[in-house]
Design a protein around this ligand. Structure first.
Ligand SMILES: Cc1ncc(COP(=O)(O)O)c(C=O)c1O
Length: 319
């Protein structure tokens, strides 16, 4: 008698670790939706890390959706390298005022063991939203970011040339009873544009450029890599560095003069993070600079990029 089939010819089921993506116009639309859906069942608020920026053009990608959803919020402390202060987190979780905690993987790298963070929150009946807005794939292989929290949000436009797009995971399908508001959903043309992207090769190139730019930075006095080591599978959004001697501002403008457009995430913090109450966040905000490593950078421009960076650092840091 023939054995029952236990090895099929082809796959017929989604793999157990595949989470369906729900596409949105942006990461902030995803966060707003998650919060609105959760607030229907539970009035408790969300704990945010105490490093959140604001720009006149874009507002705050983190705080605006929280306010728009009407969610109560507070902050947990982070270190100068944006590592969550787990004691402060647990103290605040223990108040019972929160149903969600946001874990931001700043610049696309894990600052903390996400599994441990999630377990600590679960002990207090709090779910975690992993904010992966700075890393579209969450990593290239192995354990990717965004796999541990009950929810995870991603931004398409931050990591690609597209002007809009995001998505989220709802691990346990908890938001099923709340339809996505039409203005928050990614439309058909956005979905089509997204489907045409080669995300893996773009991420591989971004990572190669990160390694290259980081190798220049370690040779430059006055600059310090924000991440001393980046896991082999991570895809940082850009190359964050700390500029010594209060020279971030002049270096930023010197680079622009030489044709390089850096960013400073975040040069301005939301007013809720007052300078006297959150001095660590403000020190970082004054000294951080993010060097571009996106995949549009042409091989033919790399030597000039390196030389301009060196010349700018020499010019600004010797005075
Ligand atoms: C950490 C973080 N999360 C979320 C967002 C929002 O991303 P999006 O522009 O896709 O709404 C931003 C940027 O604004 C961000 O820096």
């Amino acid at each position: 008698m023939a054995m029952p089939v236990f090895i099929e010819k082809e796959a017929k089921r989604p793999p157990p670790d595949a989470f369906p993506r729900v596409y949105t116009r942006s990461a902030r639309a995803a966060l707003r939706h998650i919060l609105r859906a959760r607030l229907k069942h539970d009035a408790r608020g969300i704990l945010l890390p105490a490093y959140v920026g604001l720009s006149p053009k874009e507002g705050s990608g983190v705080l605006d959706p929280v306010k728009e959803a009407g969610a109560p919020f507070d902050f947990y402390e982070v270190s100068e390298r944006l590592v969550p202060d787990l004691d402060d987190l647990e103290r605040k979780l223990a108040t019972g005022r929160f149903q969600l905690a946001l874990l931001i993987h700043y610049f696309g790298c894990a600052q903390v063991d996400a599994g441990d963070f999630v377990r600590r929150c679960q002990r207090h009946d709090v779910q975690v939203v992993e904010d992966c807005a700075h890393t579209l794939l969450g990593g290239l292989r192995g354990e990717r970011l965004g796999m541990k929290g009950a929810f995870a949000i991603f931004s398409i436009h931050k990591s690609t040339w597209l002007l809009e797009g995001g998505f989220y995971y709802d691990r346990a399908g908890e938001l099923g009873d709340t339809p996505l508001d039409e203005r928050d959903a990614l439309d058909r043309s956005g979905l089509e544009a997204f489907s045409r992207l080669d995300l893996v090769s773009a991420a591989q190139r971004r990572r190669r450029l990160y390694d290259l730019v980081a190798s220049w930075v370690v040779e430059l006095p006055g600059l310090e890599l924000f991440f001393p080591r980046v896991p082999a599978n991570a895809v940082p959004l850009n190359c964050p560095v700390i500029v010594a001697g209060g020279k971030r501002e002049p270096l930023y403008f010197q680079l622009i003069e030489r044709g390089i457009l850096p960013t400073a995430l975040y040069h301005t913090l939301i007013p809720e993070l007052a300078a006297d109450r959150y001095p660590i966040a403000h020190r970082l905000s004054r000294n951080i600079l993010n060097l571009p490593t996106h995949p549009d950078i042409l091989d033919g421009n790399l030597d000039e990029y390196r030389d301009a960076l060196r010349a700018s650092v020499q010019e600004v840091l010797r005075t």
